[in-house]
Structures are given as structure tokens and as C-alpha cells.
Design a protein around this ligand. Structure first.
Ligand SMILES: [Zn+2]
Length: 381
């Protein structure tokens, strides 16, 4: 992975290159950026740059023996750790290294959900277990074999249990020329003890323009399609790439039908829908909810008289205009909050049947209220 292959993030790249050129590489760093910002790709490109035998002014060469091994993630001084689902108690990240190489080389903007797919552990909780912590300590106790640096990239330290404290000593006093790069999304879910021992590198989400350009030049999208996906992805390239592959029309019809049933308070039919949602699988459920959130946002724009900002295809726009006749901005906001909450819970393995039933009931309640009292907390949870 070279810096030049990563979308945007010019300031971060420059900062990372400078640490090497100015010889002030910190031995424990935390790359903190939201999903789809490219933080994992940046960590790998940084590690490759550090180890390159023929460094260019602002990137690795991509051709030396080290770079060639790095491109395949097969350098003996490059190690990875990541959440996984242990089938046996002795399983460590190494057990899944083949899947990891495939996942990252296929898409360096990997999401945890996509990674779960590789592990065939869709609905199971992945984590970084104590066996893996011990493995990390063991791996890092050796001197580098070929490079100046031995580098461990730990993806999603949020999934380290308390056992992560086993790593403190090695983070604080590593072997010479050993680097720890943690790549995280949520600062407040990381063990404080680890946080306080690392240097923080903040990675912002991408801009609308950066994503749009990438879709135009890297994925042959039309101007309209690129603009629409860039807009809906909200600075998350992982999300934009997923959207490229999916057919939003299916979600659109399903979502609108669901709202109609809720509006008509058709209990039995809603239950049939809930069953259908439950069978969709988590990835699909999340995409569906995201679609719903974006669609409601577009409805709000229409109601607020900002139709010129709406990026929906003609048919969906027509439905959105009809929707605005039964919605108010308040109601739309409540529905959107419910969908956001549901998305959060799907990610955390909530029972899909109970979850979608609950959301449906909330939406029935909201849609059938005459008005929502201003500033009230009427809608529970
Ligand atoms: Zn090189």
C-alpha cells in the first residue's frame, strides 16, 4: 500500500512522512478516524514507507524487496492484530491471516462488517482475546529480521477486552525499533490505560468532493451517480463503495411500503414485514436502515423548502414528495432518530425480530400522532 493509492488525506500523509524524514517516529501511535476515512490503509502505507529501502521524498518506492513483500502483506517484520471470532480458545489473529490478507488487499477500506463476512461469523461478537495478547507479546519480543523496524498494526483496539492491559508494558517499553500502530474508530471505547500511552494521529472523514472525484475517476461513475453516492455516503468511503454495489431501488420500495403499513397501523402486515427484515442478515439490515435515514433526510430537505439540495432519482423523488404530505419535520426527525438507534443496535447484535418490531411500533406511534408536542420527550427510549 502506497500513500498515492489512498484517497485524499494529504495533510495526514505529509505529517506521517515528516515524522520519518525528521527522525521522530513515535513507537506507539493511535490512528483515530471514522469508518471510511482510510485510517487502516494509512497505517499500512506508513509502515511500508518506514520499511522501504529506497524511500521517495513523500512515498515508498513500491518496487524494492521490502515494498514487494508489503504489497502482499507478507513481510516478516509486519504483523497484524484484529478482532476475530475464536472457534477454539487457542485461536489467534494468525489463525485468520489468509482471510485478512485477502480482505485487505480486496478492499483497504474494510469495515468490521465486511471483515465478519470473511470470518463467516456474521452474527457473532468478534474480539481480541487474551491468547492474541500473549501472541503479540511473543511476536514483538524478537528483533526485526529484515527491516529496520518491526511493526505491529492493531486494528480496532476497541475490541480488546480488559486483557488488553497485558499489552501495557510492551507498549510502554517496547524492544528497540519496534512500533505499535493502533487503528481505531471510537476513542471512548479504548482502554484508557492504552490511550494514555500512545501518540494520537487524528484522521478526518473525507470530503464530498474527494469521494465524488474518486467515484468518477476510480470507478467510472457518471457525474450524477457519483454526486448522489458521495452525498449519501457522508464522507465514508467504505459506505460509498458498498453503495456502488447495491441496488438502492430494492431498499426504496421496501422502506416506503413499511412506512405505509405503519401509517395505516396495519399490525398483522407489519409483523410479516418484521419477519422479512429479521431474515435479511445484518449487513442488509444496516444498509436498509441507512437507506431509510438518508431518504428521511431528503424528505426533511423538501419540507424545509430546500428541494434544490435533494439528490434523489426521479422516481424516489416523486415518492418523497408524496411522503411530505403525511410527515412533518418533527415526525421525520423522530423517525430518523429511531432508525439511527436501530442501526446502532443491529451493529451490536440485537435480536432483529424484537428490534424491528420495536422500531415499527415507535414509527406507528409517531406517524399516527396528530402533533408532536414541541421539545417533548414524548417518544420513549
Ligand atoms: Zn520500497
Amino acid at each position: 500500500m502506497q500513500f498515492k493509492d489512498i484517497v485524499g488525506q494529504e495533510a495526514v500523509k505529509q505529517r506521517l512522512v515528516n515524522t520519518v524524514n525528521e527522525n521522530r517516529v513515535s513507537h506507539a501511535q493511535l490512528f483515530l478516524g471514522p469508518e471510511g476515512s482510510g485510517s487502516l490503509a494509512l497505517a499500512v502505507a506508513y509502515a511500508q514507507f518506514l520499511s522501504c529501502e529506497n524511500k521517495q521524498p513523500d512515498d515508498s518506492c513500491g518496487e524494492c524487496s521490502s515494498c514487494r513483500k508489503y504489497q502482499k502483506l507478507m513481510h516478516p517484520d509486519l504483523h497484524f492484530s484484529y478482532p476475530f471470532f475464536a472457534k477454539h480458545k487457542d485461536d489467534t489473529a494468525l489463525t485468520f491471516i489468509e482471510q485478512w490478507r485477502e480482505a485487505f488487499t480486496t478492499n483497504p477500506y474494510l469495515s468490521l462488517d465486511a471483515w465478519r463476512g470473511y470470518l463467516e461469523a456474521e452474527n457473532k461478537q468478534a474480539n481480541i482475546n487474551i491468547a492474541e495478547c500473549h501472541q503479540i507479546i511473543k511476536k514483538l519480543s524478537f528483533k526485526p529480521f529484515e527491516s529496520v523496524y518491526k511493526i505491529l498494526i492493531l486494528w480496532l483496539p476497541e475490541y480488546l477486552d480488559k486483557e488488553g492491559n497485558a499489552l501495557l508494558k510492551i507498549i510502554e517499553e517496547p524492544q528497540p525499533n519496534t512500533l505499535f500502530i493502533l487503528v481505531a474508530q471510537n476513542q471512548d471505547q479504548i482502554l484508557n490505560t492504552i490511550l494514555s500511552r500512545t501518540q494520537l494521529i487524528k484522521i478526518p472523514c473525507l470530503t464530498y468532493e474527494e469521494i465524488k472525484q474518486h467515484l468518477l475517476t476510480g470507478h467510472n461513475q457518471t457525474e450524477d451517480a457519483a454526486a448522489e453516492i458521495a452525498y449519501l455516503s457522508n464522507g465514508n468511503l467504505t459506505e460509498a463503495l458498498t453503495m456502488l454495489q447495491q441496488d438502492n431501488k430494492g431498499y426504496h420500495n421496501l422502506f416506503v411500503q413499511w412506512l405505509r403499513l405503519c401509517f395505516g397501523n396495519k399490525g398483522l402486515e407489519v409483523l410479516t414485514f418484521v419477519d422479512q427484515f429479521a431474515k435479511m442478515g445484518r449487513e442488509n439490515q444496516k444498509n436498509f436502515l441507512r437507506y431509510g435515514i438518508s431518504f428521511i433526510r431528503e424528505c426533511c430537505l423538501l419540507m424545509a423548502g430546500a428541494g434544490n439540495l435533494v439528490h434523489l432519482p426521479a422516481k424516489e423523488l416523486e415518492t418523497a414528495q408524496k411522503m411530505t404530505q403525511v410527515l412533518s419535520i418533527d415526525k421525520a426527525q423522530y423517525i430518523s432518530d429511531e432508525l439511527e438507534k436501530a442501526h446502532y443496535h443491529v451493529e451490536r447484535n440485537a435480536n432483529p425480530k424484537i428490534l424491528f418490531l420495536d422500531v415499527s411500533l415507535q414509527i406507528i406511534k409517531i406517524l399516527n400522532l396528530k402533533t408532536i408536542p414541541q421539545g417533548s420527550q414524548y417518544i420513549p427510549n
